[in-house]
Write a protein that binds this ligand. Structure first.
Ligand SMILES: NC(=O)c1ccc[n+]([C@@H]2O[C@H](COP(=O)([O-])OP(=O)(O)OC[C@H]3O[C@@H](n4cnc5c(N)ncnc54)[C@H](O)[C@@H]3O)[C@@H](O)[C@H]2O)c1
Length: 310
């Protein structure tokens, strides 16, 4: 049985699908039900806060491994209240690790952040060995959690896999502007609302389709390796390229693309992050399969369906 903490979120909902497709038993732990789908058949749901150690303790019954995807912040919100970030994510995760030790659950896959833990990258493509110099509370907390996992590995034999995810996108991505440019742009276009872009469009990111990322999570939880892994597509695309791809996709479906309004860049947005994914491809026998244009076209169809059905 896999305990999937944060399993009702954007990435978690896809990880649940990947685990079920592999025939694994899943218990989802989240503070709210999935917003966009009914409960999945065969999945055990526990609704609660993962900082509640007694509830987590109960949820650990019969569990072989944990995938931890809960986060109370994103980079932009974490700096508004770093103390809440530390309590909600670092302290709660250290408590979770203690419960796992007590209950002898010795395997954990954790979603860290390839876009923030390295800070401003010194290399065109960033390997896992790059220095960790985060410039947001979110990134600092991710690094601290990674270090606690390593400590548990060394002292108590925790088999930990840290996946430093880049920029996931795809169906079920949120539209509040905090989960990424592709989802936000598509939702606003579908609703005929203006699209705002931070910066001049030159910022480069490593976009990965959420199903490719979910497959990596599922492969990681079934593997015997331990350590830190970049989890991206391994290729960069600028925000301007994303805007072009979305415009083409939208036009092809007979709709009108929204011309974005460019706003001043934010200090927490680093200019370029592209991850070297050689290690993950090798150790998990995994490769990202869904190309950006294909993934954007699929996401657009999904968003249109949501807006038309609303
Ligand atoms: N989406 C991204 O761009 C991105 C990039 C890199 C890393 N990540 C990491 O991946 C993980 C999943 O991200 P996501 O995009 O699916 O986020 P999300 O907000 O869609 O999902 C997170 C889920 O965790 C749940 N949750 C949050 N706090 C909780 C708590 N205290 N107790 C119980 N449940 C709680 C939420 O209800 C939500 O369902 C996070 O750790 C995030 O930091 C996300």
């Amino acid at each position: 049985m896999i305990l999937l903490i944060g399993g009702c979120g954007f990435i978690g909902s896809h990880v649940a699908d990947s685990l079920l497709a592999r025939g694994l038993k899943v218990r989802v732990f989240d503070r709210r039900p999935e917003a966009l789908r009914p409960p999945l058949a065969g999945v055990d749901y526990v609704i609660g806060d993962f900082s509640d150690s007694s509830l987590i303790y109960e949820a650990m019954s019969g569990v072989d491994a944990v995938i931890h995807l809960a986060s109370t912040t994103v980079p932009a919100t974490s700096n508004l209240d770093p103390v809440a970030d530390i309590k909600g994510n670092l302290v709660a995760t250290v408590q979770l690790l203690e419960v796992m030790r007590t209950t002898e659950v010795r395997k954990l896959v954790y979603l860290s952040s390839g876009g923030t833990v390295y800070g401003i990258p010194e290399t065109e493509v960033v390997p896992e060995t790059h220095p960790l110099r985060p410039i947001s509370s979110y990134g600092i907390v991710k690094v601290a959690i990674e270090n606690y996992l390593f400590m548990q590995h060394k002292l108590h034999g925790l088999q930990h896999v840290v996946l430093r995810a880049s920029n996931p996108y795809g169906p079920r991505q949120g539209h509040t502007g905090v989960q990424g440019i592709i989802g936000t742009h598509l939702w606003r276009t579908a609703r005929g609302e203006p699209v705002e872009i931070w910066g001049d469009g030159s910022v480069v990111r490593d976009f990965i389709h959420v199903r490719d990322l979910a497959e990596l999570c599922a492969a990681a939880v079934q593997s015997d390796v331990a350590g830190c892994y970049n989890a991206g597509s391994g290729t960069g695309a600028s925000v301007a390229q994303i805007v072009d791809s979305i415009s083409r996709t939208v036009e092809q479906t007979g709709c009108t693309p929204m011309a974005p309004v460019y706003k001043p860049g934010r200090s927490l947005d680093v200019p370029r992050v592209v991850l070297d994914i050689t290690r993950a491809c090798r150790d998990f026998d995994w490769t990202p399969r869904i190309g950006l244009d294909e993934g954007i076209a699929e996401s657009w169809q999904w968003v249109r369906g949501q807006v038309q059905g609303a």
